[in-house]
Design a protein around this ligand. Sequence first.
Ligand SMILES: C[S@@+](CC[C@H](N)C(=O)[O-])C[C@H]1O[C@@H](n2cnc3c(N)ncnc32)[C@H](O)[C@@H]1O
Length: 230
Amino acid sequence: MSGIVRAEMEIAVARNDPVVLQLQTDYIAEMRRHTEPYTVTRGGREYDVLPNVFPPYIDSEMIARVMHIEEGDDVLDVGSGSGFIAVNAAASAKHVVATDINPAAIETIRANAARHNVDDRLSAVQADVFPESKGAFDVVTFNPPFSDHAATDVVERSVWDPGHAAVRKFMAEIGEHLNPGGRIYISWADFADLQFFEELLGKHGMRYERIDEVTDGTSLFVAYKVTLEK
Ligand SMILES: C[S@@+](CC[C@H](N)C(=O)[O-])C[C@H]1O[C@@H](n2cnc3c(N)ncnc32)[C@H](O)[C@@H]1O
């Protein structure tokens, strides 16, 4: 049975799965446990991670693997965390803007841009989903917080997005930030209901295809390529 079929069969029980909730709680505790910057290795390279910042995971790696970036592309990485996706995009792109609501993430993105020698073409800005500056992008990437769950601070908002506010804002406003013919690479997870997510894409008139999936043994993460043309 393919992972996607398994995920669809499990949707009814997967939402707010207590096992996933415990794993997310542990991930948040791990983000808070560090008092000093540390490094993680992901995709064969080292990244700096400041305390209270989401360390790149297999879903981050999946998006970095599937995104197609051309030399002249302007890229936006929404909710960039450590900057893992943004730094990988900057290896090919003309320029990358990375946003995050977490100020510690902004510092981490800048550290990783410098570590990987792409700081001349990667800017990090603290923003709620989209940067305030005008200008559109050829490629937009987003590995979002998946779960509709209350969050007390920006650390918890790494994995919990109350009311799916960030994802709903992304869907509602992406049209203002994507150049004609532009492409979006975004992930979703089975425990947050793939059917809900695909219906949301559909409600916004988006065309989507599942282009990859990865599992950590508990959860299935799916990568989508999305375009706005009918
Ligand atoms: C699952 S983490 C992914 C981080 C990184 N993109 C990666 O793949 O490793 C989600 C990120 O989105 C950020 N975030 C959550 N809500 C946001 C919002 N409303 N605007 C901008 N960033 C947000 C979090 O701070 C966190 O860094």
